[in-house]
Design a protein. Structure first.
Length: 90
């Protein structure tokens, strides 16, 4: 159900990092790692399953929105996730 803006103690801009701000140009990341980075966490941070699911829900649209600035790496095996990285001139 919708809530009045007055019901919140604080309202903040909905700003997200650009790929260049978020990703190391020499690294490739999984969706789970990108979700952690979007929250200012270490890409290897240990999270409970529910928190990680929420972060993945945020990371997928971020990757799709920023696809023009990203590259995709082939997963090492069929059971591994895909990897995403910053598109560079290399």
């Amino acid at each position: 159900m919708p809530r009045s803006k007055d019901a919140f103690e604080g309202i903040y801009p909905c700003d997200f990092y650009t790929p260049a701000e978020l990703l190391d140009p020499d690294q490739m990341y999984t969706i789970r790692e990108i979700g952690r980075l979007l929250q200012g966490l270490d890409p290897d941070a240990d999270l409970d399953e529910g928190t990680e699911a929420v972060l993945v829900d945020w990371a997928v649209p971020w990757v799709m929105r920023n696809a023009d600035d990203l590259v995709i790496g082939e997963p090492p095996t069929e059971d591994d996730p895909g990897y995403y990285g910053l598109k560079t001139d290399q």
